[in-house]
Design a protein around this ligand. Structure first.
Ligand code: COA
Length: 383
């Protein structure tokens, strides 16, 4: 595989975009990324999306979006891995350019969730769980994560209040990100008094629904002459059982561990060299389990990391630096591409007040289902 670089990035604000169609939203991000890359066209289009069939009555996004952005006749396809669709699409684009099959590609993650009633979207999200043993028993994704969090509190003796720093950090960082859904800082008191969604997960533990798109342009690194480059140093992907009940240990994200290990090995670095980490904080418990699986905290100790301030932009392992899923928002199939764009911003020094100083390596981890399909990428700042 040859080395691949991110030449351009683009994103829309995560919001309720009732005035824009799915293809218009995707187009905005793609046009931004092409402009940023100073390119008019690419050879292939990869689209990360989870639920356009049920939420927007539109499938076949590859051809739809390729045509809309002026790339008719190019190769194009949609990649689906539930909430991990964006990261999976990025890996597909990476493999296409890295293998030499194509000379350039645009990868866009797009999702439009707010045109449909909330209960319909909750049901659509639950299709990423096991239909026979989870969804059909009435378990939503919030409920599944609530069971996992309940178990975590029981096993390790933490209190719900100990998870507050995850949400406070995400909301504070989102204040500085014009593309984030929420621009309101929250306090510990706000965290405690938030309405309960599924005990112990309250509104401040959960990511919101939203519409959005984020995109990058990929090219071979050796085709770039001059200027700073962001390259993909490592990429890993792994699956686990779809149903949480089928795992020996509901508190260990095996696929996160495996995909992160593949990415570290490919990059030839250890976790200590990661300067910034965009974790999949769809729920605060997922941020904690992801930090543990990737080796940043001992098992059962991620809340301590957060309580000690290690996850702040100035800390040892900053997370959610642009707001994370919690406050930037979680338009599910687009999220993995927001993470990649945000890491690229960090490595370019374009992250404003939440810039991590001198960041060289950044990692993004995108989770599909309850830890069932996980993709991890490590990006590196070049000269
Ligand atoms: N955090 C903070 N505020 C939130 C929020 C969140 N996660 N979700 C909604 N809000 C706010 C809205 O902005 C709105 O504020 P306003 O009244 O000032 O305008 C208010 O709460 C009500 O919004 P609404 O959209 O009606 O919320 P809801 O009660 O229908 O849904 C959740 C809230 C948490 C249940 C819903 O966002 C949810 O299910 N999230 C999880 C999604 C999910 O499972 N994703 C996949 C994970 S893998």
């Amino acid at each position: 595989m040859r080395e691949v670089a991110i030449l351009g990035i683009g994103q829309t604000r995560v919001d309720e975009h009732w005035d824009k169609s799915l293809k218009e939203l995707a187009g905005e991000a793609v046009f931004e990324a092409l402009k940023d890359a100073r390119r008019e066209s690419v050879d292939a289009v990869f689209v990360g999306n989870m639920m356009s069939g049920s939420a927007n009555h539109q499938q076949h996004l590859g051809a739809l979006i390729a045509d809309w952005v002026g790339l008719r006749y190019s190769e194009a396809m949609r990649v689906e891995a539930a909430c991990g669709s964006g990261g999976a699409a990025f890996r597909s684009g990476l493999m296409a350019v890295g293998s030499g099959a194509v000379e350039s590609a645009v990868v866009v993650g797009v999702e439009k969730m707010t045109d449909s009633p909330g209960d319909e979207i909750t049901a659509a999200l639950a299709t990423a769980a096991d239909a026979d043993y989870e969804a059909d028993m009435g378990l939503s994704f919030v409920a599944l994560n609530a069971l996992i969090m309940q178990r975590y509190l029981h096993e390790y003796g933490w209190k719900h209040a100990d998870f507050a720093p995850f949400s406070i950090n995400a909301h504070r960082n989102a204040l500085e990100n014009p593309f984030a859904r929420f621009h309101e800082a929250i306090t510990e008191a706000d965290y405690h008094k938030a309405p309960m969604v599924a005990d112990p997960i309250n509104l401040m533990d959960a990511s919101p629904m939203g519409d959005g798109a984020a995109a990058v342009v990929l090219v071979p690194a050796d085709s770039i002459r001059g200027g700073a480059t962001i390259t993909v140093a490592g990429s890993g992907s792994s699956t686990d059982t779809l149903a949480v009940q089928d795992r020996q240990d509901a508190l260990w994200l095996s696929a996160a561990y495996r995909s992160a290990k593949q990415a570290y090995d490919q990059a030839g670095i250890s976790r200590e060299q990661i300067d910034v980490f965009e974790s999949h904080d769809a729920f605060s418990i997922m941020a904690a389990l992801s930090l543990e699986a990737c080796g940043f905290a001992e098992r059962g100790q991620a809340p301590r990391l957060a309580l000690e301030g290690a996850i702040l932009p100035t800390g040892r392992i900053p997370i959610a630096t642009r707001g994370g899923l919690k406050a930037r928002g979680h338009p599910v199939g687009a999220t993995g591409m927001y993470q990649i764009v945000e890491i690229a911003q960090q490595l370019r020094g374009q992250a404003g007040a939440t810039q991590v100083p001198d960041a060289i390596y950044g990692m993004a981890q995108n989770i599909g289902g309850s830890g069932s399909n996980i993709v991890t990428h490590i990006l590196k700042r070049g000269n």
